[in-house]
Design a protein around this ligand. Structure first.
Ligand code: FER
Length: 248
């Protein structure tokens, strides 16, 4: 494992690379909202990919983990800018043949956006429980289970002991995920628990239908971070990558 930082316009993004071959595929792996790269489901995904012969680059986005920026100032635009820098970095690595992108929840939403924006760069994308209701919610004035007037966004949103700038909502309101779904024609693997308490399972189902070439693996009876059947998630990832890496 190599630990380092990737520059994103002056913001240091904390990264860990687990490289398993001298030449081969690489998957970029991104955590969710309030998450980081050492969460159990993120590590489990990394290990499953490594076992299938895929190197993994875990990166923490703006305001998360050991990366630069303050949590309350993060927005989806900042994450998009970060992810574009990570994709450029990954493309510059000599050992990489095919590139994949995987993210959980808000990282899954990011995966869907970057998939559309950089469609040529990925052999496949893997949104895990993708939180792609966030932009729609922001337009309707629903964020983190709270409501606000979508035309008069407050300066900040307080939840638990944390707060988030109103700019998070302003940015989210402008994002149209369907456009980026439409732009990505490659293979998509979506994994979603049907008892997800944070991102309705219906969004996994809807994404599968909208993509031209997507499969949905349903984790029955499982929650947002797969605390009950994590091995079903890792089995699905291993099977997907083993098939992928044997495909010409
Ligand atoms: C929300 C529900 C879920 C939300 C974010 C999430 C910002 C993201 C969850 C995650 O990334 O794990 O209302 O609003």
């Amino acid at each position: 494992m190599k630990e380092f930082y990737i520059d994103s316009d002056g913001i240091r993004l904390h990264a860990k690379l687990d490289q398993v071959s001298e030449k081969g595929p690489l998957c970029i792996l991104i955590h969710g909202f309030t998450g980081h790269m050492e969460e159990e489901h993120i590590i489990a995904a990394q290990k499953a990919m490594n076992e299938a012969g895929v190197s993994v680059l875990r990166v923490e986005m703006y305001g998360h983990g050991k990366s630069g920026g303050e949590f309350q100032n993060h927005t989806l635009y900042k994450w998009v800018t970060n992810a574009l820098a990570v994709v450029q970095y990954a493309k510059s690595l000599d050992f990489v043949t095919d590139l994949y992108l995987c993210g959980h929840s808000q990282g899954g939403l990011l995966t869907m956006l970057i998939g559309g924006m950089c469609a040529d760069d990925f052999r496949a994308i893997i949104p895990l429980s993708p939180a792609w209701m966030i932009p729609e919610g922001a337009r309707n004035g629903t964020v983190l289970g709270q409501t606000c007037d979508p035309k008069h966004i407050p300066e900040k949103i307080v939840f638990g002991e944390r707060e988030l700038s109103g700019d998070y909502v302003r940015v989210a309101q402008t994002i149209h995920v369907e456009d980026e779904i439409e732009r990505y024609e490659g293979p998509v693997l979506i994994i979603h628990g049907d008892e997800d308490e944070a991102v309705p399972y219906s969004y996994g189902v809807k994404a599968q239908k909208l993509y031209k070439n997507a499969q949905l693996v349903t984790i029955k009876g499982d929650d947002h971070c797969y605390t009950r059947h994590l091995e079903e998630v890792t089995d699905a990832l291993r099977a997907f990558f083993e098939e992928e890496t044997n495909r010409p």
